[in-house]
Write a protein that binds this ligand. Structure first.
Ligand code: GDP
Length: 376
């Protein structure tokens, strides 16, 4: 899962860590030179402004020639100024200050890696901003490895975008008045029906009963498709003739659940998005007639940017509460998984990770970030 992205993130970590290590070595050399120079002015005082005066009066000229035999003039120029002092002071406490120029090349590569992994542009920008903010001006303690520092920055940046809007789905089911009605929306072929079946099983595992209602009255064969799942799982299916009113089917599902003490109604809908008016009209009617507790958008991780765009369109048309992202097992890029929550402001709640009924994972942002960064 998301192997391509994992590899790219790992390259960024190596490159950024290498840059910082090189920087650390350079600072070590500078600071050693500065320290030696200090030692020669034997009467140096302990007060910080005395250190300032010492350093700015260019005491390193002699020592510069010791480090770099024929570069004393250039070394002298570079050694002056507050940046050098700050870094030398940081070295004295065992730290390295990271600056913009140290990260420029790795950050550019990271941006390319994210975009080529189908991460949406605004999400990639946000990730870069966070990494920059976390690392720049950061003083790396010598006890901390640079890889740790880079990994932490990347961890925080990814978590920031991935965890947008998260809520505890199970708790919401537990606390809601029963029956809880959940309507599923999304285009055909992405795994919507399978996800409904998987969620029914997921709920069953946690002690909640459910009934399936096929509000996809538009597509020929939709009833048969969902019936297969209902029979395999031994769940009740409410279905009407093709061409019937989707809101009426889901309403019947709710009535059945009320009459039979069923906890959750899982309602499929026809996922066409020819015009958002079609969808709006359909979902508005469902809203009016059954007032669902949640509307979940389903799409496939392998669709990458297209899935992100559709998530945005469906959310604009029908105010979704969250996303079920299917076929994560077959997705290498990870772009949709990283982008959808940030773009819609609504959380990814579940990942589909295979074709079996048990192949549904509660989406855990922290777990995903750890997986992407290889920290199992
Ligand atoms: P729908 O038209 O959106 O209802 O799509 P279906 O539920 O019929 O699924 C379409 C195909 O995708 C089927 O072959 C499913 O087995 C497959 N599928 C659904 N979810 C997943 C998943 O998480 N991983 C994989 N690998 N395949 C999936």
């Amino acid at each position: 899962m998301f192997d391509g992205l994992k590899d790219k993130l790992s390259s960024f970590r190596e490159d950024a860590a290498e840059e910082v290590e090189e920087k650390a070595d350079a600072v070590d050399t500078e600071a050693e030179a500065a320290a030696d120079a200090d030692a020669t002015s034997a009467d140096a005082e302990a007060a910080p402004d005395a250190v300032d005066t010492d350093a700015s009066s260019a005491p390193t000229a002699d020592e510069g020639s010791a480090v770099e035999p024929d570069g004393d003039e250039a070394a002298d120029d570079e050694s002056s100024g507050p940046g050098r002092l700050k870094r030398a002071a940081a070295f004295a406490t065992g730290k390295v200050i990271i600056e913009e120029e140290d990260l420029e090349a790795p950050l550019q590569d990271l941006e390319l890696a994210l975009l080529s992994s189908d991460v949406e542009m605004s999400v990639a920008d946000r990730i870069l901003d966070t990494v920059r903010e976390k690392m720049l001006g950061e003083a790396r303690a010598q006890v901390q490895t640079t890889d740790q520092l880079v990994t932490e920055a990347l961890h925080d940046a990814l978590l920031d975008v991935i965890s947008v809007g998260q809520f505890d789905f199970e708790q919401r089911i537990a606390e809601a008045d029963k029956p809880v009605t959940i309507v599923f929306t999304g285009v055909n072929g992405v795994g919507k029906t399978t996800s409904i079946a998987k969620l029914s099983e997921w709920l069953d595992d946690r002690g909640y009963s459910s009934v399936l209602a096929n509000g996809d009255t538009y597509r020929a064969g939709a009833n048969e498709q969902i019936r297969e799942h209902a029979e395999a799982l031994d769940r009740k299916l409410i279905a009407h003739e093709q061409g019937g009113d989707p809101a009426a089917v889901i309403y019947d599902g709710v009535e059945y659940a009320e009459a039979n003490d069923i906890d959750v109604v899982l309602g499929d809908t026809a996922g066409r998005l020819h015009t958002s008016n079609d969808l709006m009209a359909q979902l508005e009617k469902i809203d009016r007639v059954v007032d669902p507790d949640m509307t979940l958008f389903v799409d496939e991780a392998v669709a990458g940017q297209d899935a992100v765009k559709r998530a945005q369109e469906f959310d604009d048309a029908a105010a979704i509460d969250g996303t079920v992202l299917t076929k994560a097992d077959a997705d290498s890029s990870g772009g949709a998984a990283i982008s959808i929550a940030y773009v819609t402001g609504k959380p990814i709640l579940f990942l589909g990770v295979g074709q079996g009924y048990d192949d549904l994972r509660r989406f855990d942002p922290e777990e995903l970030v750890d997986e992407l960064l290889g920290e199992h």
